[in-house]
Design a protein around this ligand. Structure first.
Ligand SMILES: [Zn+2]
Length: 301
């Protein structure tokens, strides 16, 4: 698939040219006894449609997701250590100067590796991390970047809601601080909502964490499911999938990765349910554009 997302800056320019043209035409026609008011009103309505973009950045066998709504940005994970520059460049290309929220879902390198570069390259609002530590240099590097920028870590609580532009998200996980050394299960999970469109992303949450998410009582039904743990068969239980009931699944995984992700078992579950699957190993970076009613997909390799 070829990328078909229109250049936002270009469309903003076209909007302002159109707005000026409508204004001038209105002034002319009003003088000539014709009221353009209702045409202007419908033009404004189109402009106010709240578009949210969700970019599933191709970072190989790792996760990194950029969300934009109303000029506000959030980054969920930042790929591996090697991906730092790629993620920073991608964000710059998208016009990001400030990230209102950054979520480091859990301390594994394939999620937080590039986070220090991101934190050091942009103005950062809130940094969400789960209440769990790791002994790696990568984890230390993220903590150093956070303190170096005089930022603090916010440990999100399940049920909390945040707004990002015209969209909002609710914290779904982690639901326990007792997953032992199973770092994946501490993953911060969110449900992102823009109008009638919704996206679920829970990092690398595995069966145990999914079970706890199902118990917390929050409605996790979502149109788009960011497949947990790169499509591993240790996640995405039938019960979880029943509750999410997605139309689309996006898998972030690397070509010929060492883990056999995504597992055939997981892909079969999507196939049996008629869920359309996008994969970063096959499609490259996958972008979902939500207008609150419809989701349009594009990708770029
Ligand atoms: Zn992972």
């Amino acid at each position: 698939m070829k990328k078909k997302t229109s250049n936002k800056k270009k469309s903003k320019l076209i909007y302002s040219i159109l707005a000026s043209a409508v204004f001038l035409a209105g002034a002319f026609l009003q003088k000539n006894g014709y009221d353009l008011q209702k045409h202007v009103a419908s033009f404004k309505y189109n402009q106010l449609n709240s578009v949210m973009e969700v970019h599933f950045i191709d970072v190989g066998q790792a996760d990194s997701i950029l969300i934009e709504s109303g000029g506000k940005y959030m980054l969920v994970d930042a790929g591996t250590n090697e991906d730092g520059e790629l993620v920073v460049d991608y964000l710059k290309k998208e016009g990001v100067s400030k990230l209102d929220y950054v979520i480091a879902t859990h301390p594994h390198e394939d999620h937080i590796g590039g986070m220090d570069d991101v934190i050091n390259s942009f103005s950062i609002g809130t940094v969400f991390m789960p209440d769990v530590t790791h002994t790696t240099q990568t984890f230390e590097d993220v903590l150093t970047a956070i303190s170096g920028q005089n930022l603090e870590i916010t440990i999100p609580q399940v049920g909390e809601q945040y707004t990002i532009g015209e969209a909002s998200f609710v914290i779904l996980a982690p639901n326990s601080d007792d997953y032992g050394t199973q770092l994946n299960n501490y993953s911060i999970g969110i449900k992102l909502v823009n109008g009638n469109n919704s996206f679920l992303m829970c990092g690398d949450a595995e069966k145990e964490a999914e079970h706890d998410i199902l118990k917390n009582g929050i409605d996790i039904k979502a149109q788009v499911y960011k497949v947990s743990h790169h499509g591993s068969n240790t996640a995405t239980t039938e019960e979880f999938l029943d509750a999410v009931s997605p139309e689309y699944a996006v898998i972030e995984c690397g070509q010929d990765n060492d883990y056999g992700h995504p597992n055939k078992e997981t892909l079969d579950k999507f196939k049996a349910r008629g869920i359309e699957v996008f994969r970063t190993d096959m499609n490259g970076t996958v972008v979902a554009e939500s207008d609150g009613t419809n989701i349009t997909w594009s990708s770029e390799k």
